[in-house]
Design a protein around this ligand. Structure first.
Ligand SMILES: [Fe+2]
Length: 476
């Protein structure tokens, strides 16, 4: 009997974080709940995610549709200050004035009668990730251009074209920064008769210095890619979009996508320097949102990891999150792949850990190179996966093939864990996550020693208001 009650509490607890629009707060010093802010933690954590899922009488159709709000936490001299701000996109401001949702998005059509919806563009929700450039923060969304914000206050400057991003071409939410050269790689997908993959290489300031493009086999969707040594690897899932109901605004983008396993996963390998195609191939079908990291091994093959799903049911589960209750079972697990970049053929694919997980990341200094650890969000061992959000974070050790985890207990929801180096000894560092506590209905910043994830956090900080579970962040 007790178990049933516990589970009911668990099932609904995370929904409290998104049941009403999140509130902004100005730059405030954070109070310490326990421990101390490490003296050698110097820099800023930025996190992005959908913070408003309704306006007026309308509710979004998918978790991906919410307006983006950014959390900045600045650490210096053993203290932390934070601010939380919505990205002031054109669509956000227009809807705020109108007091209702107007535009369509990934998982919803525009509001209004069908003839009013025809030809209406979608809103850039700027809600997926961030990248910190020397003089600005970019809020990223894969369907459009980035928005530039003030690194300190998060004031929105406006749409950013990176000195060369063509009008209306998207700049996706998973750029990769080479830690040695500072170069930034990214892509965007545009749709016409075919889907076009646009490739971008930028200097350390974010300015575009090289572009190229390739045509995909079908109208699919790409969320992420991997930088591995000298290569950029794309695994294009076997999704096919039916464009007609989408163009007429009768169906959303998400509802226009069909899972077509018979098409297989299309593999593209590009040379990172000139962005030219090296190889192209078709592999067995799977779906991934995210890659962890990649590198070139001694045999000049490419090794990378990803969170692999057997199909696209994950999209339905993520759609259900917006309603506050999920029922679809969709479990992604950590896999490692070995690929011959010259042929695009896989030499090996193996599941490393069978626990449901997501949001793999590595230390920023190791992107594109062989790295010992991957950090992940992971389900608690007793989680009812089709009803729950992640309740733990973990570090996977490729040398020992072991997992070290921080289990947050019932009704606590940590976001994507990010590694922040110690400012004196860059071989050690911290893992930072933002946690929603469903029992107390508040959010906290938790800092762990990266080598002691299964110990108590070294510091817990109270945030001024609830910061709902979001997608991605960065350390600067
Ligand atoms: Fe993502």
């Amino acid at each position: 009997m007790t178990t049933t009650i516990d589970k009911q509490v668990q099932e609904t607890s995370w929904a409290k974080a998104i049941s009403k629009p999140a509130s902004e707060f100005p730059l405030t010093q954070l109070s310490i709940i326990s421990g101390q802010v490490p003296e050698n933690l110097k820099g800023s954590l930025y996190r992005n995610g959908p913070a408003r899922l309704e306006r007026g009488e309308f509710h979004v159709g998918h978790w991906f549709d919410g307006d983006g709000a950014i959390l900045a936490v600045h650490f210096a001299e053993g203290k932390a200050r934070a601010t939380y701000r919505y990205v002031q996109t054109e669509g956000y401001l227009e809807e705020e004035l109108a007091g209702k949702l107007i535009y369509g998005n990934y998982g919803m059509t525009a509001t209004g009668k069908w003839w009013q919806r025809f030809g209406k563009s979608s809103k850039n929700v700027a809600n997926t990730s961030v990248i910190a450039l020397p003089d600005k923060l970019l809020a990223l969304w894969e369907g459009g251009a980035p928005h530039a914000l003030d690194l300190e206050t998060l004031e929105t400057f406006g749409v950013e074209n990176l000195e060369g991003l063509e009008h209306r071409l998207p700049y996706s939410a998973h750029p990769k920064r080479d830690p040695q050269t500072g170069e930034i790689f990214n892509f965007g997908v545009s749709y016409g008769k075919n889907a076009t993959l646009h490739l971008y290489r930028s200097d350390r300031n974010g300015n575009l210095i090289k572009k190229n493009q390739a045509t995909l086999a079908g109208l699919s969707m790409i969320h992420d890619f991997v930088l591995a040594g000298d290569y950029l690897i794309f695994c294009v899932p076997p999704l096919r979009m039916n464009p007609f109901p989408l163009l007429l605004n009768l169906k959303s983008y998400s509802d226009s996508l069909a899972w077509k396993p018979e098409e297989g996963t299309e593999i593209f390998v590009f040379d990172r320097h000139n962005l030219e195609l090296v190889s192209r191939n078709v592999a067995e079908p799977w779906y991934q949102w995210h890659f962890g990291n990649g590198y070139s091994d001694r045999d000049r093959n490419v090794v990378f990891d990803l969170i692999r799903y057997p199909n696209f049911a994950t999209n339905q589960y993520l759609k259900e999150i917006a309603s506050g209750k999920t029922k679809t079972h969709a479990q992604g697990t950590l896999w490692q792949m070995r690929l011959n970049p010259q042929t695009g053929e896989f030499l090996q694919m193996s599941e490393l850990c069978d626990r449901g997980s997501e949001f793999p990341s590595v230390a920023p200094a190791q992107v594109g190179q062989n790295s010992r650890y991957t950090y992940l969000s992971i389900h608690r061992p007793d989680a009812v996966i089709n009803q729950e959000l992640f309740g733990a974070i973990a570090r996977y050790d490729y040398q020992t093939n072991t997992l070290t985890e921080a289990n947050f207990g019932a009704n606590r929801y940590p976001m994507e864990p990010l590694f922040a180096p110690d400012s004196v000894n860059s071989n050690s560092g911290y893992v930072i996550t933002v946690v929603f506590d469903g029992d107390r209905e508040c959010s906290e910043v938790w800092i762990f020693d990266s080598d002691r994830l299964n110990d108590e956090p070294v510091c817990r900080l109270a945030l001024a208001s609830v910061v709902p579970m979001g997608f991605h962040g960065t350390w600067r």
